[in-house]
Write a protein that binds this ligand. Structure first.
Ligand SMILES: [Zn+2]
Length: 307
């Protein structure tokens, strides 16, 4: 689609290095939105589905469009990933020498004197933490409650705990590993009251020969970072745990894209039929033009119309 291949990629070069101001990303989204709904130069079209819904992956019922701010943040996150993974890279070496002399990247606090690029890379750490999946070695660098080390999630999320009620918010995974490198079951039982989660934790291997904890990018099968997965993680409305859309098979049909979009709109009950247009406060007669017997709804037209 033109929006994905062209409009989304136009500002990519700038977005790879800099964080665009909010009003710019909003303006770019507006251009995409208008372009999508617009029928001609004169007809502005009528948005029937929220942009929020459109900007979801196809398997979750959207059209796979990505919000500009999310793409931008994912590019910053790519730089952040580089800092963690590519120590020998020249840019990383310079940034490390300049900003990370006394702290590590995940812990360092931003300073007003930091360069704009560094500030935006630091801001992307919240996204980085969403995708960062820890692999347990000693467990000493992994926060027991806050870091993702159980299937890409942290325990606060998995258990739905209120973090303000934790008696030991700063404990590490290492606190729950015995000297002979096994999970300390009695200790786990004291803090966790969920048997399913405890079983899950016991199934996580402890890397006996590793002296340190390591991590991978948990949002791809290969464990390597890619901007696409980071972009989707940056969309607040997308939760990988959501159920997939029941009609996602329409995208595999061997038909024109235009008809796929029509079907997509039909299945979201978002075709501009009279019954729906009336609800959008348009002053028209909602009766079906063909039989004059019923309100013109999607179901009436495609499901039970007598003609
Ligand atoms: Zn009818």
């Amino acid at each position: 689609m033109l929006i994905q291949s062209n409009l989304e990629s136009l500002p990519v070069h700038t977005m790879q290095c800099f964080e665009l101001p909010k009003q710019n990303t909003k303006m770019l989204d507006k251009v995409h939105r208008n372009f999508f709904w617009k029928k001609s130069n004169v007809d502005k079209g009528l948005p029937m589905i929220s942009w929020e819904k459109i900007c979801r992956p196809k398997k979750f019922g959207g059209l796979g469009f990505r919000k500009t701010a999310a793409i931008n943040l994912a590019f910053q996150c790519k730089l952040a990933w580089k800092i963690l993974q590519e120590k020998e890279n020249l840019w990383v070496a310079i940034m490390t020498a300049k900003y990370l002399k006394h702290s590590n990247f995940l812990m360092v606090t931003p300073k007003p004197s930091d360069s704009p690029v560094w500030k935006s890379v630091l801001r992307s750490r919240s996204l980085l933490k969403k995708g960062l999946r820890w692999i347990v070695g000693t467990g000493e660098n992994i926060s027991f409650w806050w870091d993702n080390w159980v299937d890409n999630f942290n325990l606060i999320e998995l258990l739905g705990r209120d973090s303000s009620l934790l008696s030991n918010p700063d404990c590490t995974v290492g606190n729950f590993i015995t000297r002979d490198k096994n999970w300390d079951l009695p200790k786990l039982r004291i803090v966790l009251d969920n048997d399913l989660i405890i079983q899950k934790l016991l199934g996580i291997p402890i890397r006996i020969f590793e002296k340190q904890d390591t991590f991978c990018w948990g949002l791809t099968g290969s464990g390597s970072f890619n901007t696409r997965s980071a972009t989707w993680a940056a969309h607040d409305s997308v939760d990988p745990r959501d159920a997939t859309w029941s009609f996602k098979w329409i995208w595999h049909l061997d038909i024109m894209s235009k008809i796929k979009i029509f079907l997509w709109q039909l299945l979201h009950n978002a075709l501009p039929v009279r019954g729906i247009l009336v609800r959008c406060a348009l002053n028209i007669d909602p009766a079906c033009f063909l039989c004059m017997n019923d309100i013109e709804s999607t179901y009436h037209l495609f499901g039970n119309a007598p003609i």
